[in-house]
Ligand binder design. Structure first.
Ligand code: FE2
Ligand code: FE2
Length: 231
């Protein structure tokens, strides 16, 4: 049987690499396993002022009740070409559909309900900022970084990779910050009783975007880029 042991000193990114189903537990506790993935479970819990024992229990429950994940789905087993293809098809594709739908939806909800619920104006502002940051980021990865990582002709070499990685990493940090502000402004994506269908849809989709961006940046930061950092 697979060893599911986790311990307090493990980096949170490692826990998600070994057990992807732990990602949702970290999200609920606002533990960033992407850009702050090197911090240990213990440190992350202290920072969020939540008991490490309590979180460990939740992580173990998530692991015990996970859907059966077939081994070939583990992204660490993919070669770089297949990994990049997965990132582009699954995660970039998702954002390219979700963001152009969500920005006008957030604007509409803010227009209708914002006068009495000022946080909805912030929700609109943050999702717009996130979209403005992420869409060009995806283009740049696909047009510059990924071809260079794959060694495509005319794509630039080691120096291109180093400068692109540094600049895209800055974007990832900003994305993590924006996601945190968005979650705060959206009151943890909760839906009040009086909410209309647009409001309900907005909260559900924002939560889906948050989950997907975390999974996406995690793949880039902890599976793809370390293959190059070590040279
Ligand atoms: Fe990406
Ligand atoms: Fe990225």
């Amino acid at each position: 049987m697979e060893d599911v042991s986790i311990h307090e000193r493990q980096p949170v990114a490692q826990i998600v690499l070994d057990h992807p189903e732990c990602a949702s537990v970290f999200r609920q506790h606002r533990i960033d396993y992407c850009c702050r993935g090197e911090q240990s479970l213990d440190e992350a819990c202290r920072q969020r002022e939540v008991g490490v024992g309590e979180v460990m229990e939740e992580l173990k429950r998530a692991i015990a009740t996970r859907r059966p994940v077939s081994r070939p789905d583990d992204p660490r087993l993919l070669d770089t070409e297949a990994l990049i293809e997965r990132i582009v098809r699954r995660h970039h594709g998702f954002l390219r559909e979700a963001l152009p739908f969500l920005v006008p939806l957030a604007k509409k909800v803010a227009r209708v309900h914002g006068a009495h619920n000022a946080h909805l104006l912030d929700v609109h502002g943050y999702i717009e900022e996130l979209s403005d940051l992420l869409l060009p980021h995806l283009d740049r990865e696909e047009e510059v970084l990924f071809p260079a990582l794959l060694g495509h002709q005319g794509a630039g070499g080691v120096e291109t990779i180093a400068s692109e990685v540094a600049s895209l990493h800055e974007d990832h940090l900003q994305v993590a910050e924006l996601l945190e502000r968005l979650r705060n402004a959206a009151h943890d994506f909760t839906v009040p009783e009086w909410a209309c269908t647009s409001y309900t849809t907005l909260m559900r989709e924002l939560s889906a975007v948050e989950a997907d961006v975390f999974a996406h940046v995690h793949l880039e930061n902890h599976v793809l880029l370390p293959r190059y950092a070590r040279g």
